[in-house]
Design a protein around this ligand. Structure first.
Ligand SMILES: O=C(O)CCC(=O)C(=O)O
Length: 277
């Protein structure tokens, strides 16, 4: 248990740096449960499953919509409480994805911000949104940890599409592959690198990395012999409405039902689990 003062320090750190790593937020048993579900989730051959250019699985979108363990673990109180505290409101899940980054095969993620995608593709009105990356494996310096530029979330939107401006290109709206649509310009990135202000965020399986919708982030290829699987849940404030857009993306990329999550405590989670076995 942490004290109220420590909790406030964590929240202040998040607001200042744009990210926060909390270790041991999930138990070994919970991580095992999530990993055990993966083969059955991946039997699905729908567009939710996205491949790398080398044929490996890159991502699976919306696991919480098709799998009960993922659904319930995404609602756990220990995740939702800090998220609600940071966003100062009730929240719902806008999007989830499992990123696989397989040993010696997993590819990179270019430097980008997430919020521009949600603003342009989904009509999200403000960056009052937070993603939580849950580490399903140990994440090390060598298997492609997330890299961030601390404080960059304060720059607002700094990403551009390949024409150096925002265009809502409906054809590309469901693009989920390795060549990202909105990336950060080299000149903007140079500043972060020159000021020696780029860090990676390794951590043990069970850690959770909370990060702001506008933080600059990227990750390298996995050149280690160990997989680096993570589950990313994006929580949006129920007050941060999605405006109408010309063409709505499918629900596995953009949820429009804003019913607030009811946080699940451990007792409820394990009772439900026993009942479902
Ligand atoms: O999995 C990763 O390393 C990067 C994921 C990412 O950048 C994203 O989901 O926006």
């Amino acid at each position: 248990m942490i004290t109220q003062q420590q909790q406030q320090q964590q929240i202040d750190q998040y607001h200042d740096q744009g990210f926060l790593l909390i270790e041991d937020i999930f138990t070994k048993e919970e991580i095992h449960l999530m990993n055990k579900e993966l083969p059955s989730i991946l039997e699905d051959d729908s567009p939710r499953k996205v491949k790398e250019s080398n044929g490996e699985i890159r991502s699976y979108y919306g696991a919480h919509q098709v799998n009960d363990i993922y659904k319930r673990l995404s609602s756990k109180k220990k995740l939702i409480d800090p998220v609600m505290q940071i966003l100062e409101s009730k929240v719902y899940i806008h999007q989830t994805k499992i990123n696989f980054k397989k040993a010696l095969r997993g590819e990179w993620w270019e430097w980008h911000q997430d919020y521009p995608y949600w603003k342009i593709e989904d009509g999200m009105t403000s960056p009052r949104v937070i993603s939580v990356m849950i580490y399903l494996d140990d994440v090390t310096e060598f298997n492609g940890p997330l890299m961030v530029i601390p404080g960059s979330h304060k720059s607002g939107i700094a990403s551009f599409d390949d024409k150096q401006k925002f265009t809502s290109n409906v054809e590309k709206a469901t693009w989920t592959g390795a060549n990202l649509k909105y990336t950060i310009d080299r000149s903007i990135l140079k500043k972060g690198f020159e000021e020696d202000n780029v860090i990676s965020v390794p951590g043990k399986a069970g850690s959770a990395l909370f990060f702001h919708g506008n933080i600059f982030h990227a990750s390298n290829c996995n050149i280690s012999p160990f997989d680096r699987k993570t589950y990313i849940v994006t929580y949006n404030s129920v007050n941060n409405v999605l405006d109408r857009v010309e063409k709505e993306r499918p629900e596995y990329l953009s949820e429009r039902d804003v019913t607030p999550i009811i946080p699940l405590d451990d007792t409820t989670f394990y009772t439900q689990l026993e009942n479902s076995i």
